[in-house]
Design a protein around this ligand. Structure first.
Ligand SMILES: Cc1cc2nc3c(=O)[nH]c(=O)nc-3n(C[C@H](O)[C@H](O)[C@H](O)COP(=O)(O)O)c2cc1C
Length: 273
């Protein structure tokens, strides 16, 4: 286990508070998180997939409806296809296990149909949101389980760049949508994966009521922390975090095809009323 101060410092670029509880493995795993974008070809230990899915299924799920599923992709050709659809991200090709997390309303529709009951409620944005939240909570549990086993992961939101094509590759039925992918594998040992700092808590944590203007100072402080991080990591990032982030939302083109997500979801059977 690492020393808590070390992890808190890595997470914020400073030590804004003292840890007063007895440090444990769970906190250690959570605070050590960093995305991994280079993998060994080494296969995962026997039954790792099942353990990751059991961890995912242990997450809370709205009304116990369990409106999510996951497709485990290990076939190299299929990983290649998905990598191509996700802007050619090499780590998708490289990782031994690629998990695609699905918002899944098809199972409930199927159950309703088999019981001869209507399922008009599935047509609403609320049900889509519920399924997406369920999928995200499940996936994050799997991430923590994987990291606790010494594995690395990285989410792949780029599955949403071409959602209809992804649905085709995975043979998804109507009302099932790939929310994101997740690479899983042993990290490439020659690459150092550092903990990436986050915004100061004074920007994120609001006590009693929300405050926007007060975030200016911590955001400025974070820009400096991230500038130092980019330099330290030899990352070629133009400008500071604010500039980089604003570029991601500047125009519809900045969304890498995801500006057409609503139409794609309609096409996949989600009415989003
Ligand atoms: C929903 C989601 C989608 C993401 N999509 C991608 C992706 O397509 N490619 C990638 O390399 N990283 C992706 N990431 C990883 C983020 O870039 C990463 O979590 C963020 O920069 C913070 O770094 P850290 O995870 O190392 O702390 C994604 C993360 C999330 C939560």
């Amino acid at each position: 286990m690492s020393h808590p101060d070390e992890l808190i410092h890595a997470r914020y670029g400073e030590i804004p508070f003292n840890v007063d509880v007895e440090w444990n493995n769970t906190l250690n795993t959570l605070l050590s998180h960093r995305s991994v974008r280079g993998y060994q070809t080494k296969p995962l230990p026997y039954r790792t997939l099942e353990l990751l899915v059991a961890s995912a299924q242990s997450a809370a799920t709205s009304s116990n409806l369990q409106t999510w599923s996951v497709v485990a992709v290990e076939n190299q050709e299929r990983k290649e296809e998905l990598a191509t659809l996700a802007g050619n991200q090499a780590h998708i090709r490289q990782c031994p296990l690629f998990l695609v997390w699905l918002a899944d309303l098809a199972r409930l529709a199927y159950i309703a149909e088999s019981r001869g009951m209507s399922y008009d409620g599935l047509d609403y944005l609320e049900m889509f949101t519920m399924a997406t939240i369920d999928a995200a909570l499940a996936a994050q549990n799997a991430v923590i389980a994987a990291e606790s086993l010494g594995l690395g992961t990285v989410y792949i939101g780029a599955m949403r760049n071409k959602p209809v094509e992804v649905a085709d590759v995975l043979q998804l039925p109507p009302s099932v949508f790939a929310v994101f992918g997740l690479c899983v594998g042993y990290p490439e040992p020659d690459i150092a994966y550092s903990v990436k700092p986050r915004l100061p808590q004074s920007a994120i944590l609001h006590r009693e009521t929300y405050k926007l203007a007060e975030q200016e100072e911590p955001i400025a402080r974070y820009n400096q922390v991230m500038k130092d991080f980019y330099t330290q990591q030899q990352m070629n990032v133009a400008g500071d975090w604010s500039e980089h982030s604003v570029k991601r939302i500047a125009t519809s083109q900045s969304l890498s095809g995801r500006d057409k997500l609503r139409q794609a979801l309609n096409h996949l059977g989600f009415k989003l009323k």
